[in-house]
Structures are given as C-alpha cells and as structure tokens.
Write a protein that binds this ligand. Sequence first.
Ligand code: ZN
Ligand code: ZN
Length: 330
Amino acid sequence: MVNGLLLKKPGELTWGAVPAPEGLKEDEIKIRVIYGGICGSDVAVYKGKLTHAHYPVVAGHEILGEVIENGNQEAIQIGKRVVIQPNSYCGECEQCLSGNTNICNDKKSLGINNQGGFSEEFIISSKYVIEVPDEVTDERAVFIEPLAVIVHGFKKVPITKNTRVGIVGCGTEGMLAVATASYYGAKVTAIDVNSEKLSKAKEHYSDIEICLPDEVDENQFDIVFEVAGVKSAFEKSIDIVKPGGAIVVIGLAPMAEIPVVKLVRKEISIYGSIIYNVPDDFHKSIEFLSDDAFQIEPIISDILPVQQFAEAYEKAISGKCRKILLDFTR
Ligand SMILES: [Zn+2]
Ligand SMILES: [Zn+2]
C-alpha cells in the first residue's frame, strides 16, 4: 500500500492509501518521493478552477525523488535522484515532431488530469524521468521543473547584459525570472502589488530595483515578463514596455483588454509561453542550478512534512508565500 495526497473533489484533500499499480513494465521506473513543490496549478486544481481537471486525482507534479526500481537495467540506475517532466505528449503529432512537445494536442498533466506524484512512491514511464546530477542539492533540484518554465520564456526574447527587464509578479515563477535575468546581468525591475514580497526580493537580489505597479512609468523596459497571471498585470505590461519591445506572457490571466492602437503604434511583440520543451529546457534548467552563482535560495518559503499538507496548502493558497515544499521523507 502506498500513501499519497488524494484530491477527491475540489477542496477535499486527504492523506491515505492511493491507487498503486502492481509490477513494473519494461519502460517504467519506480520512484520514492523526496520533495514535492506546491505549484499555482495545484492550488487551481484544489480550488476547482481548472476546467480540464479530473477528480479524484492524486495531487502534485513538481517532484524530486530517488529511483528504487526500474523495468529495464539500461535505464537510470537505482539510487539516482530524478525529477519528473509531468506533461505527457504523443511524440507523433506535427507539434511534437517539430520539438514543441509543450503544445501537443494530446497533452495530459500529472495532478490535473493524470494521477500526480504527491505520494510516498509512484511509477512512471522512463520517458518522463530526468536524472539530477550529484552536485545539485535536493533544495535546488526541486526547482528544475518550475525553472524550465522560465527558461522556455527567456528563449522567446534576446536578453543580455544591460537589457532592461521588467518582471510583473513576484511569486515563485516571478522570482525564478528575476534569478534568471539577474544571472544574465540584465537590469532587472521586480514589480508586485505586495510590498513585503518586493522587500524580500530586494534583500536577496541587491542589484535589482523594486516597485509597486503604480510607481512604474510608461515605456521603461525592453522586455516585460507577465508572471502574475492577472488582468491588470497584463494591461500594465503593455504600458511599461518600450516602443519596439516585447512582452512574454507566462501568467494565465483568463481575460484582459488590449489597447490595439497602443500595441500597433508601439510595435510591441507579445509572446505566449507555456511550460517547456523536453528535454532541452530541463537540461538548461539543470545547467543553471548546477552553478552556485545562480541564486535561488530565497525562493523557498517553507518545507513542511507531508502530514502537515493542510497547513502547506493553506500557505500556498494565501498568495503571500513563495515556494512551499512537502517533505515525503519525514
Ligand atoms: Zn508547477
Ligand atoms: Zn504530440
């Protein structure tokens, strides 16, 4: 019997026995979970806000674990630490064949419409398992998946030393964008409605500027990342990007208004960016996290034993924290 966090329906999360398949197919790997990161999409599934979610579902997709069994001896060795690429893809459609597995029509996601990974152990096809190099600590490795989202967004635009980058939203993904832009030597301004989040950001990334949305003048940034996922943040991005600049939209605001005249006259480019291409974006993410100069330590708010999942979810839902990790080994 395997214990896990089962979301029976929106708002009803329990820790207990979850369905676990017997035996291992040749292409499969069994993983003992170490850490699970609670993501914005986990919160959305919990609240019943994702229309494509299926219940009951085992929650979670940001998983760091250790291989305890493999169906094929050629696969990743037992004892190695791994992370999961939690979005399935067919590998055969037009998008997959052009390397864009992230926009495969057949995509399913762990913890949303496929059984997730917040359990003591689980089995998954080796195709979705990526080995973590020994030099990356557990606390950094758990960011490989969420950072891959930012890596993908950064590929849309040219960012080098001194590019003026505005990042709207300072949650986990926003802070990972701050970390990445800082690593590139860009001139970074972090923008959020929560001044506490801003001062925390400034504490750890001393070379960035911080400001509330109302304090930002128009036409300031070469590149703006919209990572807040709210209507006003998207609309603000159009104001604050320079003429000729670009906006990368990672946040998922359901709807917003676009002042078309401004968009056209300023010649703004807007890029949507969803998750990542695998394995490339994961490999880049691992490369960043292997370098101690890539600073992400301030991004963890709390690490709680999985038995305290109710408190962990409450913190994640509050919107006041950054990454909350569940520890499955305690
Ligand atoms: Zn996530
Ligand atoms: Zn496909």
